[in-house]
Design a protein around this ligand. Structure first.
Ligand SMILES: CC(C)C[C@H](N)C(=O)O
Length: 489
């Protein structure tokens, strides 16, 4: 993608009062998912994006497509398993059963049909080291016994990449378990808090890290259960959202950020704006060789960032059954095995706009159009704000974030000067982005609070949306280029 067009989107500081478009989308989310799930609530900060997200998710799980419905949800479970995302696994288990899925499959991978199991290699590779995918993986699936049609493979790939990258939103935003999931409901400390969870505090805003006791022992107050009546009654929707107030670790807080810690100074918004201005005034063109060198610099430096926080404490048994080979995790692209001589993925040779989009559209019912809208919305989303400032052209900052995410996965946009990344994204932000993209299960609330301190929570959610979408696009680029190579050779 080249220059970012200056699209204007609806500004919706949901914190207090969801605007009408968000309200309508929440109704849609509720009707689609039989609940107003926390992911939709958090994405509701950005209604134009939520709209695209819901349409796409609904289509790949419930719309026309080659895969049976139970397969689709099981594939989603397998994908979420790669990041041990019990939130998504639990939701998709429910959906699987609603679709009449065979209960015994939920005992684990050893109980599923061979055809589904055969997908596991692609799942693993796409999630962590998509550059390793090659024709032989597609060939193995599409030939012989229990074989997949190419359309089925592509449908599966879209579901896998959707759920891998959704983990990169769920964890870094601190999306909490749903109220009816294990650990999803905590007693309010006082009755007053239930009525006004944002009124006091952090206690109301947290939840993901503190596991409560077994929800079976805890009565869920009637008025916090989502019901169609409540959702559809717009007048009470705000009330409903405010009472729940536990969608993520940003909820229940005002838009103020924690004060900067004196030990870890952060480049403030004014400096950032100054740097963007300087960059926009620079007229000197770089040679292609210099541009390539700058990309490699950023890539090599990223390999030095200790992005992994504390290891998650083992794999809980109820999700371990959906995971194989937990040791296979992200490896820095710069440190990929040299003997395999895997080159950088150059977008000028295979891009979303010119290649992947039409291939995926052709093989799987026009899904490319939905994905294209979603990518474009995420890439172009802007309110021209930065923290408290207005009328700011943020395109350079956003492009740096997007391209950095894809750089972590070995993708290079030839027309981009990666030197800008080092000017605009400081180390702590790069570390956060790397964790969110590559090890989302390790991101803690502390990590979330430490970065972008002068920015609003809705802006941090915005950054996480970009992580989700840039990652998904990167995985799809690798996958579809491989499918194309398989088809043309
Ligand atoms: C991620 C944020 C810095 C985006 C910014 N608030 C904008 O409207 O473009």
């Amino acid at each position: 993608m080249g220059q970012i067009p200056q699209n204007v989107s609806i500004n919706c500081p949901l914190e207090i009062c969801p605007c009408q478009s968000t309200r309508t989308l929440f109704v849609e989310a509720f009707l689609q998912n039989n609940r107003l799930d926390h992911v939709s609530q958090v994405m509701g900060y950005h209604p134009s994006y939520l709209d695209n997200f819901l349409k796409t998710q609904n289509f790949i799980l419930r719309g026309d497509g080659p895969l049976p419905y139970d397969y689709r949800h099981y594939i989603a479970i397998m994908a979420a398993g790669r990041h041990q995302c019990s939130y998504l696994i639990q939701l998709q288990k429910q959906e699987f059963l609603v679709q009449g899925g065979d209960q015994s499959w939920l005992k684990g991978l050893h109980c599923i049909p061979q055809k589904l199991r055969n997908l596991y290699d692609i799942n693993k590779i796409l999630a962590h080291r998509p550059w390793l995918l090659n024709k032989s993986h597609i060939e193995k699936l599409t030939k012989g016994k229990d074989s997949w049609s190419l359309a089925e493979v592509v449908h599966a790939i879209v579901i896998l990449t959707h759920f891998h990258s959704l983990c990169s939103f769920v964890f870094p935003c601190g999306v909490n378990q749903e109220l009816d999931q294990a650990g999803g409901y905590r007693y309010p400390e006082t009755l007053q808090m239930l009525n006004n969870p944002g009124g006091n505090s952090v206690a109301a805003a947290t939840g993901v890290s503190k596991k409560s006791s077994d929800p079976k022992d805890i009565p869920i107050p009637n008025d916090t259960r989502p019901t169609a009546g409540k959702i559809l009654n717009g007048g009470r929707l705000n009330n409903f959202i405010n009472k729940i107030g536990v969608a993520d670790w940003t909820s229940g807080r005002t838009q103020n950020q924690s004060p900067p810690s004196p030990t870890e100074p952060e480049v403030g918004i004014s400096t950032l704006m100054q740097r963007m201005k300087t960059l926009s005034e620079q007229t000197q063109e770089c040679t292609p060789v210099e541009l390539a060198k700058r990309f490699e610099n950023v890539e090599t430096q990223s390999a030095e960032l200790g992005a992994v926080g504390p290891e998650p404490q083992g794999t809980p048994a109820d999700i371990g059954i959906f995971i194989e080979d937990t040791q296979f995790i992200y490896q820095d692209f710069a440190k990929r095995d040299e003997h395999q001589s895997i080159p950088t993925f150059r977008v000028q040779d295979y891009s979303w706009d010119d290649h992947a989009y039409s291939l995926v559209n052709r093989l799987y019912n026009d899904v490319g159009n939905l994905l294209d809208d979603k990518f474009k919305t995420a890439y172009n989303l802007t309110y021209y704000t930065m923290g408290g400032r207005t009328d700011v052209d943020t395109s350079r900052f956003r492009r740096a974030i997007w391209n950095y995410i894809q750089c972590l996965l070995g993708i290079r946009h030839d027309d981009y000067d990666y030197g800008e990344i080092n000017q605009l994204l400081e180390k702590s932000l790069k570390t956060f982005i790397k964790s969110a993209c590559c090890y989302p299960e390790c991101v803690t609330k502390k990590d979330y609070l430490k970065v972008l301190r002068e920015f609003k929570h809705s802006e941090k959610v915005h950054v996480n949306l970009m992580v989700l979408e840039a990652r998904m696009q990167a995985e799809l680029l690798y996958a579809l280029r491989t499918v194309n190579r398989y088809m043309t050779n």
